[in-house]
Design a protein around this ligand. Structure first.
Ligand SMILES: [Zn+2]
Ligand SMILES: [Zn+2]
Length: 348
């Protein structure tokens, strides 16, 4: 009988460890061998000796933490390629989360585990779509694993932003969005909706936008958001990190309309306490329906939940005869959209 993944994939303080392969997946502390699912800071930590990831994830890691921080030895494997490490076959399959994001498919002695990292099923033209892979154990996130979280089509949310611009053509529309993934996806959605004017960027977003373009994701005309020139930004769209939209920086804009693009904007009270007049429910994580649909599609009899609202998901799976297990991995969900409480609103 093939060995149950429980016997060869262990939870350690650093994260998930594949014992026969001698490597960690998304380790939280520096290790000898890491497989990294994607470039968000809670998954891609600096200081590993060897890093295995997709070419785009490695490029993102280099851009965010420098050549040295991204791993002394960096090994790229492309989607679909298989690499064998101490008898464990490793394959990276698109996760649809951000550019370069991948699920880690591990085969050992006839058993298969799929570690999906963060993922979504909604359309996103900035990255390859999620591919379900049948497996014995599926490892999933649960960021939005409550029935209240149902993400609307992102096109509808972008239409709200454009409608507000038409209503208030003299006001600057500042949209809080995460630097990796959300920002570029939002730009592409705006282009598809016909917004071809320059989109202004807070300095913290410029670097990853340039990298996306280098990696083949065209974003159209972009310009720096220089708040000193208030008049030039009247009626413009300014993208900034979510924390910056509440700061003095944003208040210097011309009568700003404040928007934030996040799955958390489903919770109206959260938008209100953050002073967000225009909440846009756009998420790079699977919502309740897509989490459950994905679990059914991969057909695993057992599902491990890394972080997020694991109790609701484990309960929903039990009703369908799927064995759920909460891993309570520490460190995940502390960055980017995973974090229900952004640094700027802590204590609020
Ligand atoms: Zn992520
Ligand atoms: Zn994450």
């Amino acid at each position: 009988m093939p060995p149950h993944p429980e016997s060869w994939l262990r939870v350690t303080p650093q994260g998930l460890f594949c014992e026969p392969g001698d490597f960690f997946i998304d380790p939280q502390r520096p290790v000898d061998r890491a497989v990294v699912t994607h470039g968000h800071a809670d998954h891609a930590r600096p200081g590993h000796a060897a890093v295995l990831a997709t070419p785009a994830t490695l490029a993102i890691m280099r851009a965010r933490m420098g050549e040295a921080g991204a791993g002394t030895v960096q090994q790229a494997i492309r989607a679909g390629e298989t690499l064998v490490q101490n008898g464990v076959a490793i394959r990276l399959v698109p996760a649809g989360h951000v550019l370069g994001s991948a699920q880690v498919v591990l085969d050992w002695q006839g058993a298969r585990a799929v570690i999906s990292g963060d993922y979504k099923r909604q359309r996103d033209t900035t990255c390859a779509p999620f591919e379900p892979v049948p497996c014995d154990v599926f490892v999933t996130e649960a960021t939005f694993a409550l029935p209240v979280f149902r993400h609307p089509p992102p096109e509808e949310e972008v239409a709200k932003l454009l409608k507000s611009l038409a209503l208030f053509p003299e006001r600057t529309h500042v949209v809080g969005c995460y630097a990796l993934g959300k920002c570029q996806r939002l730009i592409r959605l705006l282009r598809e909706a016909g917004w071809d004017a320059p989109i202004h960027l807070h300095g913290a977003l410029a670097r990853l936008c340039a990298l996306y373009e280098e990696l083949g994701v065209p974003l159209g005309p972009l310009a720096p958001a220089t708040v000193a020139n208030k008049a030039a930004l009247q009626g413009a769209i300014v993208l900034a990190p979510p924390s910056a939209v509440q700061e003095r920086w944003a208040r210097r804009l011309a009568e700003p309309v404040v928007a934030v693009a996040s799955g958390w904007m489903r919770v109206r009270q959260r938008a209100r306490t953050r002073g967000v007049g225009l909440p846009l429910v756009i998420s790079d994580h699977a919502d309740w329906d897509d989490l459950n649909r994905t679990i059914d599609e991969v057909g695993a009899p057992e599902v491990w939940v890394t972080h997020g609202r694991d109790d609701a998901l484990v309960h929903a799976m039990a009703l369908r005869g799927i064995r759920g297990r909460a891993l309570h991995l520490v460190g995940l969900g502390e960055e980017e959209e995973d974090a229900p409480v952004a640094a700027a609103e802590q204590g609020a």
